[in-house]
Design a protein around this ligand. Sequence first.
Ligand code: HEM
Length: 394
Amino acid sequence: MVNPVPVVKDVVFQNLLDDPYPSYDRIRNLASAVWVDSARINLVTRFDDIMEVERNHAVFASTNPKSLMNKVMGHSLMRKDDELHQIERKALEPSFRPGVVKKHWGPIFSDIADRLISAFEDKGEADLFKDFAGPMASYALIELLGFKSDVAWQDISLWSQSLMDAVGNYSTDPGITARGKAAAGAIETEIDRVLGYHTENENPSILSSIAHAEHKHSIEQIRANVNVVVGGGLNEPRDSILTLIYGLLLNPNQLARVQKEKRLFATAFEEAVRWVSPIGMYPRRVTQDTVLGDTQLKEGDQIGICIGAANRDPSHFDDPSVFDINRPRQQHLAFGGGPHFCAGTWVAKQMVGEIAVPMIFDRLKNLRLHGSRPVIENGWVFRGPTSLPVQWDV
Ligand code: HEM
């Protein structure tokens, strides 16, 4: 039976930030799409419904003239569909090909991880958020973009956070919008500084790929897509580094297995991003009246695709809240689906699952959670540990 979208008024926004999973379970049991008052959007939480949305971008479009993302970052590929999207996506591809990632970016990521670990490995304790995962993802992104190492990791980290805060600023707080625009301005200055170099010297960086694309990009297109990469290419690898380390530290038997059989780090990475998906939700716009599962949607409705919830849908995953690298290999949605499937997937797999996390466990002997400082996790649109205190033997 098809029903109008039910309205839920008692999901507290802070609860979504602290731990969204109980709310997701409740919403998933209610209907295919549920209006959640505190989030001001219709949330879609079931795996099969999300697959249907991702297969039909004519009805569930990424293009959205009212998008907050467009206002802060400019009109990037993420808010385009069909040919306009494909042209800009193709421009990025040379930097993200699996061979380029392995041969070119792999050694660069290894050097960054090595340098960071060397700076604290004799200390016996660290917060892996600020001492490792944050700078690791930031330095990697500076290299990937082609900012030529002149940007401080704290700066790009702040720009990324400010952009994402502004994109998710549904309460329209003017301070958050202003910080997002300031970040976009700083990124613009950085692009202006290095674009000439990349135009004259073709190389694997993202700015070079865009500058040499078959379809010539306007400066606005370049800025918008670089903003998307700054916003979307930092916190996800950072958060998945931490989630993977946390998942393994909570499960010593699984850790022992991956340490014995190093190729299993790649499997463990997939399980980590299923377990706590770094991007928990992204939006789509309904272009015509349509039925999704058991729910009637109307033209113009905004829907929030909760991949963080779909990746814990019990109709697809046994014991979905458990981190288990031994579960059967199954498709998950942490990198999205359809035409906007994450462009940086191979970068993330290489950086996190092949380099940063194996190196941490290799170098820090008897790595364990800190005896007296708690792990803190936060977020639902973006989720991951914001503090991961650990200790090891020195
Ligand atoms: C574990 C790490 C990562 C996860 C879980 C992740 C997840 C995602 C998801 C779910 C989307 C789809 C969003 C949507 O459809 O609205 C996406 C898109 C995208 N991601 Fe990632 N991402 C990760 C790492 C990266 C990295 C490292 C980069 C670049 C350096 C990157 C660049 C992009 C870009 C450019 C898009 C837009 C693709 C398009 O619109 O065609 N991502 N990512």
